[in-house]
Design a protein. Sequence first.
Length: 87
Amino acid sequence: MASRNQSAQINGAAAFSMPALSAVFIGRSVAGQGKPNAVGTLIGATLVGVLDNGLVMMSVPYYSLNAIKGVVLAIALASAYYTTKEE
């Protein structure tokens, strides 16, 4: 990010932390191994990208995008928690 902007800024990549963490946690719950893994992260990143593009194509206001992604993340974490709790 610093090379693209040609300067180092403290909050230069702050917008990328929510999608990255969402991809990891969604992938953790999708793959079912109970820990972050590469295949699950790839699936989670694809899901987050499709969700983000779909919301933009549906003309959802920009200020509600993070709230909707947060709800999807909460559902994924809850499903992972209840799946590991039952085992």
